[in-house]
Design a protein around this ligand. Structure first.
Ligand code: NDP
Ligand code: 2IT
Length: 446
């Protein structure tokens, strides 16, 4: 990095103390932009980067709610509206006890680049709460969602900011949030995505992130003249993204042998397919916090307290959470012959892990490129809502596939144009950045 980007990163750290994930996300992007800044001095003189690391708006609010015993709980709610240069704010809501301002800033920052890569007109945002859905009843989840929306509704809207799901927020939560928004505003608009099919949701949105990850990985494998057929695949997580990825990887002939949760990982050498994929939905819906039940149900090995990266695989799809794959894990994967790591989660690989993959010259794609299918299909849901016309499953899936192929091509051509052929991180960061930066230049000092 140059003196300029080093100083910028130091300023970000000083101004946003105790937010290591945000620092990490900024550092990764800065690492890709040297040549861009040399070729375009106007970005520097117009302080585009300095502006991009400062959220346009951050909102925090109190979320009081009653549990089933009548006890009062207070959580903190957030919405980070990071950048609206190319469209209304767009990005998910995360409900997880680990949620802090720093986590959401990193996610909102990543979302700006990701949304830009989709080619659809969406700015970047993220929100959520430190609420822990684990062990909560359906009624408690509903009361929490209603209280959360009772404050959030002032700041969002179909043309302003359109939240969706992320960790801990799926179809059920989107339903409760939407219901409350509708009551408060007396309007039925596409203010959230990931809605139910009967009330404005899009076909394929539940599967979209995972499908998109596999469509992207398929393109990566094509560059090495190979495919998923016959490949052993390690997946982490067991949530929405992992579920979609397992389905599509299996459909394309891959054998998915792992799933993981905070409790450890399961190793299923016969492959996770058919009813086993449906069982993943039960695991999530149980509101427990574990994958061990899968091992009991299907009589396979459960490895407590470990991540799946020690398992021999050809393709790795990290689909759980940030920083779940570190330097040692990366070395283990490379040593065991893994040829492709395609991220489903946001920033699952540490910066040291990324270095290992780059040095080993294996295929490696950052989440902001390969998991963009989720938000892209949210964008398609917004289009359908605006038209008040639903598209068929084939239509949405075809568009999703086309978008993922296009993002892949953009990463490849941009990485090459900026002197680092095959580097998906640089390709994604530079291409995502350029569109937003140029829009900011056009719009004056905003
Ligand atoms: P889910 O809530 O459906 O599943 C999340 C999975 O990650 C669960 O297995 C969860 O276990 C685990 N997990 C979450 N936090 C932690 C933690 N701190 N330590 C260990 N395990 C953890 O979420 P999604 O599948 O939607 O999200 C997974 C990843 O994909 C996230 O990084 C998310 O940002 C990203 N993503 C999601 C998109 C979407 O459309 N849903 C789109 C693009 C990216 P548990 O919660 O039980 O701890
Ligand atoms: O990280 C992500 O891209 C998401 N959680 C999906 C966001 C969205 O608006 O669909």
């Amino acid at each position: 990095m140059s003196d300029y980007t080093n100083k910028l990163l130091a300023d970000v750290k000083a101004k946003n103390p105790a937010e290591p994930e945000f620092h990490q996300a900024v550092e990764e992007v800065m690492g890709s932009l040297e040549l861009v800044l040399q070729r375009h001095p106007e970005y520097r003189s117009m302080k585009i980067l300095e502006r991009m690391v400062e959220p346009e708006r951050t909102i925090t609010f109190r979320v009081p709610w009653l549990d089933d015993q009548g006890e009062i709980h207070i959580n903190r709610g957030y919405r980070i509206q990071m950048n609206s240069a190319i469209g209304p704010y767009k990005g998910g809501l995360r409900f997880h006890p680990s949620v802090t301002m720093g986590i959401l800033k990193f996610l909102a920052f990543e979302q700006v680049f990701k949304n830009s890569l989709t080619t659809l007109p969406m700015g970047g945002a993220k929100g959520g709460s430190d609420f822990d859905p684990k062990g909560k009843s359906d009624n408690e989840i509903m009361r929490f969602c209603q209280s959360f929306m009772t404050e959030l509704f002032r700041y969002i809207g179909a043309d302003t900011d359109v939240p969706a799901g992320d960790i801990g927020v799926g179809g059920r939560e989107i339903g409760y949030l939407f219901g409350q928004y509708k009551r408060l505003k007396s309007e039925f608009t596409g203010v959230l995505t990931g809605k139910g099919l009967n009330w404005g949701g899009s076909l394929v949105r539940p599967e979209a992130t995972g499908f998109g990850v596999v469509y992207f990985a398929e393109e990566m494998l094509k560059t090495k003249k190979t495919s998923f057929d016959g490949k052993t695949v390690a997946v982490s997580g067991f949530g929405n993204v992992a579920w979609g990825a397992v389905q599509k990887a299996t459909e394309l002939g891959g054998k998915v042998v792992t799933l993981s949760g905070p409790d450890g990982y399961v190793y299923d050498p016969d492959g996770i397919k058919g009813e086993k994929i449906d069982y993943m939905l039960k695991l999530r819906a149980s509101n427990k916090d574990a994958v061990e039940d899968y091992a009991k149900e299907f009589k396979v090995k459960f490895v407590p307290g470990k991540r799946p990266w020690e398992v021999k695989c050809d393709v790795a799809l990290p689909c759980a959470t940030q920083n779940e794959l570190n330097e040692a894990d990366a070395k283990e994967l490379v040593k065991n012959g893994c040829i492709c790591v395609c991220e489903g989660a946001n920033m699952p690989t540490t910066l040291d892990g990324y270095k290992v993959f780059t040095e080993a010259k294996i295929l490696y794609s950052p989440g902001k490129a390969s998991n963009a299918g989720g938000v892209a299909t949210s964008g398609l849901e917004m289009s359908q809502n605006s038209m008040r016309l639903p598209w068929s499953r084939e239509e949405v899936d075809h568009r999703l596939h086309e978008i993922m192929v296009r993002i892949h091509d953009t990463c490849i051509t941009t990485a090459e144009k900026y002197g680092t052929p095959g580097n998906y991180v640089n390709g994604a960061n530079i291409a995502g950045f350029l569109k937003v930066a140029d829009a900011m230049l056009d719009q004056g000092l905003v």
